[in-house]
Design a protein around this ligand. Structure first.
Ligand code: AMP
Ligand code: MG
Length: 310
């Protein structure tokens, strides 16, 4: 009996696990999986299931796919509760929760403004005051109702449109790690662009090494060693544009309805990637002292803010 117990305790050490990597473009970025598994076949099976889950999340929650369930919500008359899939309900409920926590610095109801801003970026021209006002009048996270009992979402004001772009990659990374845990492969890291979800540390190490890139596109500004958590970086590094001599980020300042104009970059460590993703976006919007204050109040969260450049 004692022999059996000892064998059970140490058997995982005897089965050598190799590292396997998988990549797939999704949600406008590259998703990368690293996992330690007893064989390629076992790793591949988990990776296929994880990519399937992330693809399903993208299909319901994308605001680029014209017939996504998310965009379908915007077509329904305002004020009408709409029963949605369990997957979409959980994504929206989580996003609304993060909006409340950040007091709207992260706000998934900025859809009308992000749509308008995409158009401005394309035309390299700021939107007219009228269009900006119209879009702003249909925003506000307090105007979404999530009813668990009926699994329904109500967008209470006409013209509302949700954009989960600031949280969906994190949510997908969380869901993918959950799939690996179901496959008994806890030593896994999922990278979805700037959002990383980490399981148990690699064998013999204290954690996974995560390079953080903020203002300099070609250089890591720091390295972190982490496990059992998530880390996200947001900022204007990748997608900034210049209009009339002013540089604007792809992140919307809810106060102005336009892209942020001050260079901002934030790296947030949190228990889940949905949290780190939404918080990193929020921390770019908030003044640095407010960002630090906010993150301090959330259990298990830390923030690194890059210095704002002149
Ligand atoms: P991220 O790269 O995670 O910071 O997310 C940026 C994306 O989130 C943008 O491309 C928009 O789709 C969306 N977004 C922009 N501004 C905000 C905001 N203030 N709150 C929530 N989502 C936003
Ligand atoms: Mg984000």
């Amino acid at each position: 009996m004692r022999f059996l117990l000892t064998w059970l305790m140490f058997s995982h050490l005897l089965i050598a696990e190799d590292r396997y990597e998988f990549e797939r473009p999704l949600m406008g970025t590259l998703f990368c999986i690293q996992t330690y598994a007893p064989s390629r076949q076992v790793a591949q099976k988990a990776a296929d299931a994880a990519f399937k889950e992330a693809t399903a999340i993208n299909e319901v929650a994308s605001d680029y796919i014209a017939d996504s369930e998310l965009l379908g919500l915007a077509q329904k008359p305002a004020g009408q509760p709409v029963v949605v899939s369990p997957r979409l309900f959980s994504l929206i409920e989580q996003a609304r929760g993060m909006a409340q926590l950040t007091d709207g610095a992260f706000d998934p109801t900025l859809g009308p403004l992000t749509k308008l801003w995409r158009e401005s970026r394309r035309r390299q021209q700021l939107p007219s005051a009228e269009l900006l006002q119209l879009a702003r009048s249909s925003c506000g996270y307090q105007r979404i109702t999530c009813d668990r009992a009926t699994r329904s979402i109500t967008l209470r004001v006409s013209g509302m449109r949700l954009d989960l772009g600031g949280i969906a990659k994190g949510q997908a990374a969380d869901a993918m790690l959950a799939v690996f845990l179901q496959h008994h492969l806890p030593i896994t890291s999922i990278t979805a662009g700037g959002d990383v979800r980490l399981g148990a540390p690699p064998p013999g190490q204290t954690g996974w090494t995560v390079g953080v890139r903020t203002f300099d596109r070609n250089k890591d500004s720091g390295k972190l060693t982490l496990s059992h958590c998530a880390v996200s970086t947001s900022g204007d590094l990748q997608q900034a544009i210049e209009i009339n001599g002013t540089r604007y980020a792809h992140i919307i300042d809810p106060q102005t309805g336009l892209g942020l104009t001050l260079p901002a970059a934030a790296t947030v460590i949190a228990p889940t990637a949905a949290q780190s993703d939404a918080l990193a976006t929020a921390c770019c919007v908030l003044p640095p002292h407010k960002a630090r204050e906010l993150v301090k109040t959330i259990p298990g969260c830390r923030v690194h803010l890059a210095e704002k450049r002149d």
